[in-house]
Structures are given as structure tokens and as C-alpha cells.
Design a protein around this ligand. Structure first.
Ligand SMILES: Nc1ncnc2c1ncn2[C@@H]1O[C@H](COP(=O)(O)OP(=O)(O)O)[C@@H](O)[C@H]1O
Ligand SMILES: [Mg+2]
Length: 570
């Protein structure tokens, strides 16, 4: 009896399929001729006339294997004609190899749903055919999760491609692909969607090409050397040392000197502030930025106080160096002290470093700086774009480190009040796979977001054209991946290992998919989805500032950048 019911449904299904395709003159039907559990081969035939039709069997399409009560969904990854000669007039037998991805099951209430994995295997001879539009939509349906449309399926432009922004952010995401395939444009699109659905979200873009300000003229503020304030006293010792010693590793004495100088300058500032406080008591108590809870510098906590983000004055730091030089008993080589003094003075006077020094001592707490960078309040512009190309190239790493660190700390301190997404373009520069490259504090700050950010609402988006050069532990923390065209076999291999359930046949397409196309995997999507990002209007596209002579970086950094490119190291 049960059997009869099943076969009844089966006949209905076939009839339904016929109706679906009634406009199509010739149907592409086939029969399963072999199955090994995860893959199946379908025999079909093509006539000279039908080979280009909309129903034609083609690589990369999803197809349906009809079991009546369920329909298996398979991905065509390989096909061939059975005979080596082609008959133009008659039918040509072909074999189609598919990978079985899951099944559309009829739910009890009458609806249908898609589930990954196969519970019933097709007997030999089972009918296979093009997938119904309804089933295709079901495969990529997010169910109860809130989805936003970011484009359309490649297979059927009538079906929207949706992602769950919440899940995409919470477990971090990556966009990988060769230069020019549309990564930055995809970022622009995803960020627009993300800020639209998440009002608590702030976005910080580390933008080494100065291209994103153009993409969000209405939603972002752009920060460059002239408009940015990142006071030197907010840098941690290792970050500040990286700036002071211009990226070359400091000699042991030099870091020690800097640590002592900074810690002493901090305590001097604090002492002066509390002195003033005593004097002004009663007058303007609340105007004082003094942080009573900050750790007091002592001999033991010297290192900690060199890192505490409290203000100090460059004037005091220089005076302290002078005192050390003048000491009778020589604690540090005088040459090292003098050279540090010269370096600090040079930085202080260098117009390219105005963002660190010029207004630093007018700002006496972190609040205005953090407020400016993280858009609190956002006045309708929750995105801040850091135009790194305009900064002296030797501070870029330290700045990236400070920003990533602040993002994490802010999200944590807000206790759920704000969420922060740090979007890293050219992420392989900050978190390179080779531990000898890159800047350790930046790597640490980004790794901390990748590993612990989720708990506090701090998320990471990484974009790179060189997945092979990106730290693999960072990539493995990215649970949603948009893989765009990647020609290189090694890069494809990396994606295969980063995503556990990425089917081998899907990855095989990565070398040949079109511009704006992506294969989306992981938490943010329902099932591995081959899609095409929606078209952006010209005013929504990121734009290389250099190509338009816009906010091009000036002077030395540009030259350095070019030379690095010429050497192929950038
Ligand atoms: N979604 C899109 N809508 C419209 N044009 C796009 C889109 N994606 C890419 N493009 C076009 O392709 C060009 C290169 O895209 P881009 O995002 O800069 O690539 P990538 O960052 O991968 O180098 C863009 O300048 C734009 O002209
Ligand atoms: Mg780009």
C-alpha cells in the first residue's frame, strides 16, 4: 500500500515537471546509471538542436534526481559524450557526473524543505532532470534566519542570493579572489547591507588603496593623515617603538630607554594633573581628564605604565632624556639617548606625523579620539575609512595595530552596546602566513579579534588576493567565505582546507568563474552557493584614488609604495 502511494506521488512529480517545462520544446531527462554514495552518473542524450537550449546539461548547474517523495539535488561537475563521434542529425548519448549535495523532502504539513546529505540513494534507472526553480530557491533558503539579498544565483538570475548578515559577521568572513574580480565592490555591497540591518554596528575599514571613501559618500567618514587624530600617547610601547625606530628592530637598550622615558613622562603628567586638580578643587572638577583608576607607575609596573593609554607630554619625555644624559652615573649609552632624542624631535616636527603629535596634547583623554574613530555618535555615518596610503608607510603597521586593538577594547567595554567590524583589505600584509613577516602587535590584535571577538561583538572581515600568503589560522576562523576567481592551484587548495564541507567539485570551478561571481560557503549561507553579486551604481563602487588623481598619497610614501611594488614586495 505504502509503495502504491509513493509511486503515485512519483507520477505526480513527473507530471509537475512536465508542466514546469511545458514551454521548453525538448526536455533534458536522464537516468541514473551508477552511484557510489556521494556521486552519481546520469545517462542522457543530446540532439544537435538541443545542445544549446536552456535545459541543456552543463557543468556547475544543480540538477534533480527524482525519487518521488524526495528529490536529490546534485551538482554537475563533469560530462562527456559516450561516443567520440558526434551525430548532428540524431541523438548523442552523454554521461553526466554529479555530486549529490542533499535532498528536497516533503514536510508533513505539505511544504518542502532542503536538507544537506542523502538519506535515500537513487536506484539505477531513477529519473534525473533539470531542477525546478522552487527547489533551487529552497536549496539556498535561510529558513528562519533573517536573510538579505546580495545578488542572484548564477544558475537562475531570477532567484535571489541571500546571506544571514548576523551569522556572517559573528563568525567572521573572508573575501578571496584575484585582483579585479570584484572583491572590493563586494565589500561595499556587504557593508551597505550590514549597516542597514544592524544599527549598533560600526565599521572600521583599513584601506591601503584609499578606495572606499568613494563607495560610501553618504555613510562614511574618511580619515587621512590631515583629518585623523591618533595621539602618540595612545600607542602601546611596542607600537610606538615601531614608529620611533622606523620599523627596524630596536636594539635592546633603545626599547629599555623608551620604556623608561615614556613611563616617567606619564607619571610626571599625572603628578602635574593632580597638582592642578588640588588647586582647582571645587572650580571645575569635572573638566579634569584625570583617570583615578589608572595604575600608578612604580619601578615594578614600569612596563605596564609605559602601555597604559594615559596622556603624557613630549616636552616631558625630552626633558627626561636630557636628565638621563646628564646623570653622573651612566645608565644608558649616551649615544643611544641622544639618538632617541633626535628621533623624537624629528617625528614631533614632521608634518606627516601631525596626526600623532600636532594636537596630541590638546586631547587629554581617549574619549574624543575613540568617539571620532568609532563614530559615537555616528550621525548617520557608521563607517570610518582609514586611508592608510596617505600615512607615512613606516607607521601603517603601528596604526593598524592601534586601531584593531581599540576596536576590540571598545566592543568589549561597551558590553553589547556597540558591535565593531574591522575590515582588513590586503589582509595578508597584516597577518602574513610567514611569521617572520608583518608586525607582531598587528598580528596579535587581529588574531585576538578572530579568536575572541565574537564574545564581545567585535568581528573581522578579511579581503585578500593572496590567500596563500594569509595566516591560515586567521582564515580558518572565518566561517563565511566568498571565494571569487582564483587561478592558482595552491590558493584553491587553501580554500579546500579552510572549509570543511567545501565539495571538491565546487572548488574546481574557482579558476573559471566570472567577474562579480562568487562561491559562498559556510555559516552565513544556507548551502554552498554559486552567485553573482548585485550590480552597484557607479557612485557606490570603491575606486582607486590613484587612478583618478583624487586623494592620492603625497611625496615620499607614494614613491616608497611604487618602489615596493616594483620590487614585487608589496
Ligand atoms: N558589484 C559590482 N557592480 C558593478 N561593477 C562591479 C561590481 N563588481 C566589480 N565591478 C567592476 O569591476 C571593477 C573591479 O572591481 P573591484 O571590486 O575593484 O575588484 P578587486 O577588489 O577584486 O580588485 C570595478 O571597478 C567595477 O567596475
Ligand atoms: Mg580591491
Amino acid at each position: 500500500m505504502q509503495l502504491a502511494v509513493k509511486s503515485n506521488n512519483f507520477e505526480q512529480d513527473i507530471a509537475q515537471d512536465r508542466r514546469d517545462s511545458s514551454q521548453v520544446a525538448e526536455r533534458a531527462l536522464g537516468r541514473v546509471i551508477s552511484c557510489d554514495g556521494s556521486r552519481a552518473t546520469i545517462a542522457s542524450a543530446v540532439s544537435g538542436a538541443s545542445r544549446l537550449g536552456p535545459d541543456a546539461w552543463t557543468i556547475g548547474k544543480l540538477i534533480s534526481v527524482n525519487l518521488g517523495h524526495t528529490r536529490l539535488v546534485g551538482l554537475v561537475y563533469q560530462m562527456r559524450a559516450v561516443k567520440s563521434a558526434w551525430d548532428e542529425a540524431g541523438d548523442n548519448a552523454i554521461h553526466i557526473d554529479v555530486e549529490l549535495l542533499g535532498e528536497v523532502v516533503e514536510a508533513q504539513g505539505g511544504g518542502t524543505r532542503f536538507q544537506s546529505g542523502i538519506s535515500t540513494y537513487p536506484p539505477i534507472g531513477t529519473l534525473a532532470h533539470r531542477i525546478r526553480a522552487g527547489d533551487l530557491a529552497l536549496v539556498h533558503d535561510l529558513g528562519a534566519r533573517q536573510g538579505v539579498t546580495i545578488g542572484a544565483l548564477t544558475q537562475d538570475a531570477g532567484i535571489p542570493a541571500t546571506v544571514c548578515i548576523e551569522d556572517m559577521l559573528a563568525r567572521h568572513f573572508a573575501i578571496l579572489g584575484t585582483t579585479g574580480v570584484g572583491k572590493s565592490s563586494a565589500v561595499a555591497l556587504l557593508l551597505r547591507r550590514a549597516i542597514a540591518v544592524k544599527p549598533k554596528l560600526r565599521v572600521l575599514i583599513l584601506d591601503p588603496h584609499n578606495e572606499y571613501a568613494h563607495a560610501f559618500p553618504d555613510k562614511s567618514v574618511s580619515m587621512e593623515a590631515d583629518t585623523l587624530d591618533l595621539p602618540f600617547w595612545m600607542f602601546r610601547l611596542d607600537e610606538f617603538a615601531d614608529v620611533v625606530f622606523r620599523g627596524r628592530p630596536a636594539m635592546e637598550d633603545e626599547t629599555d630607554i623608551l620604556r623608561e622615558v615614556v613611563a616617567s613622562a606619564r607619571s610626571r603628567y599625572r603628578a602635574a594633573a593632580s597638582h592642578d586638580l588640588a588647586r582647582d578643587l571645587g572650580a571645575s572638577l569635572l573638566k579634569r581628564p584625570l583617570d583615578a583608576n589608572a595604575p600608578r607607575p612604580t619601578a615594578e609596573t614600569g612596563a605596564a605604565s609605559a602601555d597604559a593609554p594615559t596622556p603624557y607630554r613630549m616636552k616631558d619625555a625630552l626633558a627626561i632624556i636630557d636628565e638621563l644624559i646628564g646623570l653622573h652615573e651612566i645608565r644608558y649609552p649616551r649615544g643611544a639617548l641622544r639618538s632617541l632624542r633626535v628621533r623624537l624631535e624629528a617625528l614631533y616636527g614632521d608634518p606627516r606625523y601631525h596626526f600623532m603629535f600636532a594636537r596630541a596634547n590638546m586631547i587629554e583623554t581617549m574619549a574624543p579620539v575613540v568617539g571620532q574613530i568609532f563614530r559615537l555618535p555616528h550621525h548617520g555615518r557608521p563607517i570610518s575609512v582609514f586611508q592608510l596610503a596617505g600615512l607615512p608607510s613606516e607607521v601603517v603597521n603601528a596604526v593598524a595595530s592601534v586601531l584593531a586593538r581599540l576596536a576590540f577594547d571598545l566592543a568589549m567595554a561597551s558590553q553589547g552596546g556597540y558591535e565593531v567590524l574591522v575590515l582588513c583589505e590586503e589582509a595578508h600584509r597584516y597577518v602574513p602566513s610567514d611569521p617572520a613577516l608583518g608586525f607582531a602587535p598587528t598580528r596579535q590584535a587581529i588574531a585576538r579579534i578572530a579568536k575572541e571577538g565574537r564574545k564581545y561583538g567585535c568581528y573581522l572581515g578579511v579581503v585578500t588576493q593572496r590567500p596563500g600568503e594569509l595566516d591560515s589560522t586567521i582564515l580558518s576562523q572565518c566561517s563565511t567565505i566568498f571565494a571569487m576567481r582564483l587561478a592558482n592551484e595552491r590558493d584553491q587548495q587553501i580554500i579546500r582546507s579552510a572549509i570543511a564541507d567545501a565539495s571538491a567539485s565546487t572548488i574546481a570551478f574557482l579558476s573559471s568563474i566570472g567577474n562579480r561571481e562568487a562561491i559562498a560557503f559556510g555559516e552565513g549561507v544556507a548551502t554552498t552557493m554559486r552567485m553573482r553579486f548585485a550590480e552597484l551604481q557607479p557612485h557606490e563602487l570603491p575606486e582607486m584614488a590613484l587612478a583618478h588623481g583624487g586623494a592620492a598619497p603625497r611625496g615620499e610614501p607614494l614613491l616608497e609604495e611604487m618602489i615596493r611594488r616594483m620590487r614585487g614586495t608589496s
